[in-house]
Design a protein around this ligand. Structure first.
Ligand SMILES: [Zn+2]
Length: 312
């Protein structure tokens, strides 16, 4: 059975608008109405061209005229924003449509964790370019996958559930052509909404505070500075992820310096209250892993003063 048939994409496309998805993520505020279209910077690639992204409300389609040079329907949009599989996307859209009650689908096959450890090359030039040294990559079970199959041509990094049980590997696609419609490969049916990358290592000292970033690379860079961090693997925060962060006394949001990162930070700031939350707004087009160690550390210690007492 194809996912399309079991989850009825035609029904979901007819019942969930592109506008509704953008609204649910707090992304609507950056768009403005022009005729019957919504126009604004592209939330997918995080562009800043004010007319780069257009939503046709009449056709329920979107298009990015700048970097993505791509468009599609509501399913394509969620797949790109969340880097999610078709099944995850369908379940998410069904939740927005309130559709599950009307269309009982057979229960999805359960996620099967992949527990074996892969042999990865921690000396990948991609990691070096992010300032991640081989020892750190090794400690995070991260490196270039040299075999064939699902992770072929990817820099892979191991994922764990919140208790530290291995779930498998996420793969960052290095070939820019293959990465055009999403940079990440995730295991099928990965329970992405209930995990935060590195949570099992970082959450042990809630009084120290926690830095929340988008990608594993920033987590590893911060680990080299002994600063505890978790990654969202994107910009969306699920209610399960928010619950994991709730016990933390102070949180610093350090998302990428683009429109998507800024909008997400605003959304997260509202949703994580009453935890003490700071937002580090990075300059345009700058991601945390592009900062040098000195700046990265200075920003974190400014927002999370308790870190100072634990410096090794
Ligand atoms: Zn775009």
């Amino acid at each position: 059975m194809t996912p399309a048939r079991s989850l009825d994409f035609r029904f979901l496309k007819a019942h969930v608008t592109v506008e509704r998805v953008l609204e649910a993520r707090g992304l609507l505020a950056s768009l403005r109405l022009r005729g019957n279209n919504l126009v604004g910077p592209c939330p997918i690639h995080g562009g800043d061209a004010p007319n780069g992204f257009v939503v046709s409300r009449a056709k329920n389609l979107w298009y990015c005229f700048t970097r993505c040079r791509a468009g599609g329907d509501v399913v394509d949009l969620v797949c790109l924003l969340d880097r999610s599989s078709y099944r995850e996307t369908a379940l998410y859209l069904a939740s927005l449509a309130g559709a599950t009650a009307h269309r009982p689908a057979p229960p999805p096959p359960a996620f099967r964790p992949f527990t074996a450890r892969l042999d990865l090359n921690p000396r990948a030039p991609f990691l070096a370019s992010k300032g991640i040294c081989p020892a750190t990559a090794r400690a995070f079970d991260c490196g270039l996958f040299r075999g064939s199959g699902f992770l072929e041509g990817c820099v892979a990094v191991r994922l764990h559930d919140p208790r530290g049980q291995p779930l498998g590997y996420a793969g960052r696609i290095l070939d820019p052509d293959r990465a055009r419609h999403g940079k990440w490969k995730l295991p099928a049916r990965l329970p992405k909404r209930s995990l935060l990358f590195n949570y099992h290592r970082a959450h042990g000292h809630p009084h120290r505070g926690l830095v929340v970033v988008e990608d594993p690379w920033s987590v590893m860079r911060l680990a080299q500075l002994r600063i505890p961090a978790v990654a969202l693997l994107g910009t969306a925060l699920s209610s399960e992820q928010a619950a994991l962060l709730a016990p933390c006394s102070r949180i610093l949001l350090m998302l990428d310096g683009d429109a998507a990162g800024r909008l997400a930070a605003r959304d997260l700031l509202a949703r994580l209250a009453p935890t003490q939350v700071g937002v580090a707004e990075l300059p345009d087009r700058l991601d945390p892993d592009q900062l040098d160690d000195h700046d990265l550390e200075a920003i974190c210690r400014l927002f999370l003063p308790a870190l100072a007492h634990h410096k090794a």
